[in-house]
Write a protein that binds this ligand. Structure first.
Ligand code: ADP
Ligand code: MG
Length: 292
């Protein structure tokens, strides 16, 4: 696991630990967690939802430590009860850890009050949920404008940015439609537009394709691939190998511990499925172009 890295040309606050310098990098990790634990209950009834490895001497949980690079695309896998939602809720600043540190984009979120946390959620994170979480009886355009309204963006700019986000997910012609006038796949694309309209540093997606048919799943994943290819960091929870193969890195959780961490592609550049498609297209173009 990469340790804290020396940041260049940025505020020095980004390094939570004195880890060895692992060489120059373009930007500090967007997520840095150190010895993070989350427990529920007390005494014998304690559940360590996030625990990391155990201290060899005391058997106490040492916590989870993890860096996620800017521009990476991370899939979090694991069976039910393994701690995925607990981790996502902490990463999304929806819940606080029992112990340990979490730096998001260099900010120690452990030091923020509720008002500041909601600002961080609004400015830095785009959420996508399995059940879309759209507002009933509200047009796609209004749904996508909503986070901009919370951020205090003026009406004209709100409208322009929301229309641009809807266009990015291929729904320009559905801006006036309400959720009950849209298919599941279209509803999730509205939710993706809503998540990206504030230009967040990170997209957090909890089983985003869990309620979609295979065609809509591919459509939504293609959009997420494209967002990642243009620099958005993506963390997504999934049960499905078909979804995880889109990620550049796959983490597996068992009992609140990361038991495997596999890189499927470099953090920079397009994610693996999109990269393969681009390569195929380039090869096809060569053939059509009359390669000898
Ligand atoms: P996953 O999302 O991987 O299914 P969770 O993160 O929801 O797993 O849960 C991890 C563990 O923590 C489970 O054993 C679960 O029962 C427990 N847990 C989660 N939330 C609570 C809670 N609010 N109170 C008590 N136990 C909880
Ligand atoms: Mg869960």
């Amino acid at each position: 696991m990469a340790g804290a890295r020396r940041s260049r040309g940025r505020k020095p606050a980004a390094a939570p630990d004195s880890a060895p310098d692992s060489g120059p990098v373009a930007a500090p990790p967007v997520i840095q967690i150190r010895r993070l634990t989350k427990s529920y209950g007390h005494g014998d009834a304690t559940v360590h939802a996030l625990r990391g490895p155990s201290d060899p001497q005391t058997g106490e949980p040492e916590g989870v430590s993890l860096d996620i690079e800017q521009g990476d695309f991370v899939a979090v896998m694991g069976s039910s009860g393994s701690g995925k939602s607990t981790l996502m809720n902490i990463l999304g600043c929806l819940d606080i850890p029992t112990a340990g540190r979490y730096l998001l984009d260099g900010i120690d979120v452990g030091h923020l009050d509720e008002g500041q946390l909601s600002l961080v959620r609004n400015r830095k994170i785009g959420f996508i949920f399995q059940s879309f979480n759209l507002v009933p009886r509200t047009t796609a355009l209004a749904q996508v404008e909503l986070p901009l309204a919370y951020a205090g963006v003026r009406a004209a700019e709100r409208r322009n940015r929301a229309l641009a986000a809807l266009s990015l997910v291929g729904l320009s012609d559905r801006a006036g439609h309400k959720p009950n006038e849209l298919s599941g796949g279209q509803q999730q694309r509205v939710a993706v537009a809503r998540a990206l309209v504030t230009a967040p540093a990170m997209l957090l997606a909890d089983e985003p394709t869990g309620n979609l048919d295979s065609h809509s799943t591919e459509e939504v994943l293609a959009i997420i691939d494209g967002l990642n290819a243009t620099g958005r960091t993506v963390v997504l929870i999934t049960h499905e190998d078909e979804v995880a193969r889109h990620a550049k890195r796959v983490l597996r959780l068992v009992d609140g511990q990361v038991i495997s961490d596999v890189r499927q592609g470099p953090a920079a550049g397009p994610p693996p499925v999109l990269a393969a498609q681009l390569q195929q297209r380039a090869a096809g173009g060569e053939l059509i172009g009359g390669r000898q």
